[in-house]
Ligand binder design. Sequence first.
Ligand code: KMH
Ligand code: ZN
Length: 277
Amino acid sequence: MAPTSHGTVITVAPTGAEHSKTDVPNLPVTLDELVKTARDCERVGAAMIHIHIRDDAAQPTLDLKRLTDTVAAVREQTRLVVQLSTGGAVTDSEKDRLAVLDALPDSASCTMGTVNFGDDVFVNRWPFIVELHKRMRDRGIVPEYEIFDIGHLTALRRLLDEHGLPAGGHVHLDLVMGVPGGMAGDTETLAAALRLIPEGATFSATGVGRTSLPVLLAALSAGGHVRVGMEDTLSYARGERVKDNAQLVARASGLARIAQRPPMSPDEAKVLLGVAS
Ligand code: KMH
Ligand code: ZN
């Protein structure tokens, strides 16, 4: 069973690779929009930011120069733990996804298996996962293992058994729940997943779409951390669109306080996750 923290690490995932700027005009896609979002979200309780970037046409990109500039700008303007996505978009190559690590973020995502992803397939072959894990350790980047389905937890145990602990020595994972094709976003599934979490690991949970709030509440009550943001949901309440990412972070902070698990500062999160500050 995972240890319960007194505080809550709130991660914001502001952009993702799936929504289009045309359909979602308030999605942060430029560097200026992203940095402003990071500052606004830090102010209302975020400790970590999970970043996907876009090109000048607002399309998802893994351009290394842009990634490196983004890491530098967010570091300069905030104390947030800077996590880059190595998931990218479903169309990105393994080579480009591995090269993300050359931007030297504090943390990076590492998805623990292949999963149907709506009408697409998010491919994560075992040798690719092992390579991500090893390259992150070589570079001192702290992974966040992304778990889209229960079997991904079995794969995580295998990875740690066969290849050892990650950089920082601590294991942290994120249960990404409610993706069509992955595990459901509900309390029963969260409870089932918790039985398979490696000893001593911490977890956060993300509910996609309408599962955002139920998963947030279940994770807080189970002693977990939480991820919110427009990557994962565009709906604030039934019939009400999200205004901006800070609105989602502010709600998560309020609920974390009510749960007696107040938001952790970025510096507290760095200690917990084993990120060098
Ligand atoms: N965009 C998805 C295909 C991650 O960031 O590591 C993958 C994803 C996971 O968002
Ligand atoms: Zn992502």
